[in-house]
Design a protein around this ligand. Sequence first.
Ligand code: NAP
Length: 295
Amino acid sequence: MNDVIILGSGPGGLTAALYCARAGKSTLVLGGNTLGGQMSTIAELENYPGFLGSGAALSEKMKSQAEMFGAKVIFASVKVIKNKESGFAVITDDGKEYESRAVIIATGASPRKLEIAGTREFMGRGVSYCATCDGFFYSGRNILVIGGGNSALNDALYLANIAKSVKILYRKDSFARAEKVLIDRVNATENIFVMWNTELAEVGGDDSGVTFATTTGGDKIDCDGVFVAIGHEANTDYLPESIKRDELGRLIPEELPAGMFVAGDVRSGLKMQIATAVGTGCDCAMDAVAYLNRK
Ligand code: NAP
C-alpha cells in the first residue's frame, strides 16, 4: 500500500511527487506512456523561469529530483480507479493493480482532433498532432498548420526551420490568443504565411500520403502535410461520469471524492502553462500530505 499514487508524469505530477516524497510519504508515480506528457514535446522552453532547454530535458530533471527523495516512477497508464475501504485501487492498462491512501490526478490533456474528411485516414501519413515528433519527415516540404493559439504558432516556428514553406490556416482575422513574442517571430519568418478566415473541409492525397487540402470556401491547397494545433482536451476517460467536470471537461477540485486531488492541465480553471502546472502540483501535494496526516 502506497501513501499516494500520482497519475501522470508531466510538470504537475512530478512536482506533486517531489513534495509528497519530501514529506516522507511513500509515493508512486504512474507516469503514462511518455515522461513529461505535453512538456516533453516542447523543443525549446523559454517561459519556465530559470530553465532554458528542451521540455524532455526538464522532464528528466524533474523526475530525477523526485526520485532523489524516494518517489518511484513507473510507466503505465491508468484504466480505472476503484474505491477501497483503505483508499483507492488504481488499475493500469497492463492489468496491474496498485493501492494507495490518496490519489493525485495529473493526467494532463491531449491534442484536440480535427474531425474532417481525411484526417483519420491520413493520420501518420501527412496528418500530425505533434510538430516536434513528426516535423523531421517534412524537410523541404510544404506544410499547413491549423489553429491560431500558442501551440499553432510554436509549431509553425519549429516547422519553418525544417520545411520549405509553412502556411498557418486560422479561422479568425488576427492572432488574439497567442503571445506577442510568438506573433512577432511568425511575422518575421520569411517562409511562414498566414491564411486568415480559413477553415479546412477536407484533407486528401494518395498512397504516398497527403497531397492537398480543401477549405470550406472551396479552395484547393497543395501540401505535403497538415499539422493540427486546435487546442487540448483533458484526459479523464478513466474516471466515472458521476465525477463532475467543468464546461471544458476538466476536473473541479471541490467535486472530487475525499483523498483525491488534481494538478496540472486536467484541473479546472488552470491557464495551461508549465509554471501553473508546477504550482498546482505543489498545492495539491500539500493538501494530500495534510489529508494523510489527519487520517
Ligand atoms: P488554444 O489556445 O485553445 O488555441 C486553439 C486554437 O485552435 C484557437 O486559435 C482556435 O480558434 C483554434 N480552433 C479550435 N477548434 C478549431 C477547429 N475545430 N478548427 C479550426 N481551428 C480551431 O490551444 P493551444 O494553442 O493548444 O494552447 C492551449 C493552452 O496551452 C493555452 O493556454 C496556451 O497558452 C498554452 N500554451 C502555451 C505555450 C507557451 O507558453 N508558449 C505554448 C503552447 C501552449 P479560436 O481562436 O477561433 O477559438
